[in-house]
Write a protein of this length. Structure first.
Length: 449
């Protein structure tokens, strides 16, 4: 779902968001390193908090290539039953707002769609962090505890290294009336999709190993490995380049496209968050929720595109990255890690993979919601918070390493966010590039305060 973006000059972004207290408002990686050292987890790569970096943005789609829910509703209104189908796609039992959709809210959504009510649908739905937490927790409470497949004691890893792309539209599913759910495949390029699947599985299995008592051994190129760092270090010794990009996107909760007369259009389906930050006229700053992840690129003898994040599936895990991203979600790299720093960061990600699984042992859906979301775990790994982070502070009151790191970072359920964190969470390098007028207006006013 993501494209590679290389980092560029920091100067424009610093000019746009000139907060002198920036370094004081964010938890520094050095602080987290000190916390980690006393808690038995791998230290974050030693450096001061990375400066803001503007990445080249993907080309914006023209107005004719993407659409909001109001325009989609107008397009579907002449087809009997389509609005009801759309309501079910969004808020039905398996829809992305299923946990939020009380009968009253579902009825209000149906009414807005049938009337193509642009004013309502242009910022639908809008939740406070507490409501977002409650929605995620309600969703998780209806899910079973995660049962992972047994892990063999050894695995022999064979990687072709040859470029390969997934099949076109392999990850898209027609849901009727021209609606498609899912993501479009990456075009053929440097990444080997088959290698990505095998490599993600291998890294997850290595991440499950406690260094003092490993239960899994990876066999590769005649050598055996028990840790993420040892295996990735060996790949580097073979000349494989490893780069990790810490990235921000607007979360795409709908993953919807609409196709008619041979033209496919993206449907904008953010979930808006009421930050509580005051604007003029008694308004609050309202933003699409941000998604954070680590995008991982290996090139050379091994070619793979991976990512690491805490997902709705309840797993803080290494994943394949075989799809493109919609234009409206952006995609900004806030820091790039290469070589040894990349290996150190991914080793730390493996530590949190284990720690989150242990913390979620008695929670449904891997603790997604009560233990946070993608932004929480990404901040655990990098030391760089993104808004919103919705974990429940009462679940981090122990004395272990995960609790210590969590308690060194903001809890958005307890306090309003710092403006610096809001701006650092944006997936576009410039406010003017954000494709939501009211969001641009609110951010511009906040920046001027």
């Amino acid at each position: 779902m993501m494209k590679i973006n290389k980092t560029a000059s920091v100067s424009l972004l610093l000019a746009l968001f000139p907060f002198s207290s920036y370094s004081q408002e964010l938890v520094s990686i050095k602080q987290l390193t000190a916390t980690a050292a006393g808690a038995g987890l791998p230290a974050a790569p030693a450096a001061s908090l990375p400066g803001r970096v503007q990445a080249p943005e993907p080309a914006r789609l023209s107005a004719s290539k993407d659409m909001g829910l109001a325009e989609l509703a107008a397009q579907l209104s002449n087809e009997p039953g389509t609005i009801d189908k759309l309501v079910e796609t969004i808020a039905g039992k398996s829809g992305y707002l299923a946990a939020w959709a009380t009968p009253e809210r579902k009825a209000a959504l149906a009414k807005a769609l049938k009337e193509a009510d642009k004013e309502t649908l242009d910022h639908f739905p809008t939740l406070t962090p507490k409501e977002l937490f409650a929605t995620a927790a309600a969703y998780a409470s209806k899910q079973p505890q995660i049962k992972e497949a047994p892990i063999p004691p050894t695995q022999t890893l064979l990687l072709s290294g040859f470029p390969k792309a997934p099949r076109p539209d392999e990850f898209l599913k027609p849901v009727g009336y021209g609606l498609l759910y899912g993501d479009e495949s990456q075009p053929a390029g440097a990444a080997a999709y088959g290698d990505s699947i095998a490599l993600a599985q291998a890294l997850d299995r290595l991440a499950n190993n406690a260094p003092e008592a490993p239960v899994f051994t990876l066999l590769y190129a005649g050598k055996s490995f028990n840790t993420v760092s040892a295996f990735l270090g060996a790949l580097r010794a073979e000349g494989v380049s490893i780069e990790v990009q810490d990235r921000r996107y607007f979360a795409n909760f709908g993953d919807l496209r609409y196709e008619k007369n041979g033209v496919r259009r993206e449907v904008r389906t953010p979930l808006y968050v009421d930050t509580g930050l005051s604007l003029s006229g008694g308004r609050h700053l309202i933003l699409p929720a941000t998604h954070s992840e680590l995008d991982i690129y290996l090139r050379g003898k091994v070619n793979a595109d991976l990512s690491f994040f805490f997902g709705l599936d309840g797993l803080s895990t290494f994943r394949t990255n075989p799809t493109t991203n919609m234009s409206w979600v952006g995609g900004r790299t806030v820091e790039t890690y290469s070589g040894a720093r990349a290996v150190e960061l991914l080793d730390r990600a493996g530590w949190f993979h284990r720690a989150m699984k242990a913390k979620a042992a008695n929670l449904p859906q891997g603790g997604y919601g009560p233990l946070g979301d993608c932004n929480d775990v990404n901040a655990f790994v990098t030391g760089r918070p993104a808004y919103p982070m919705t974990r429940n502070p009462s679940l981090f009151r122990g004395g272990n390493g995960l609790d210590a790191v969590s308690n060194s970072l903001p809890y958005d359920l307890l306090a309003l966010p710092k403006p610096a964190v809001i701006f650092d969470s944006l997936p576009f390098g410039s406010i003017s590039d954000i494709p939501f007028p009211e969001v641009r207006q609110g951010l511009t006013e906040l920046r001027g305060k």
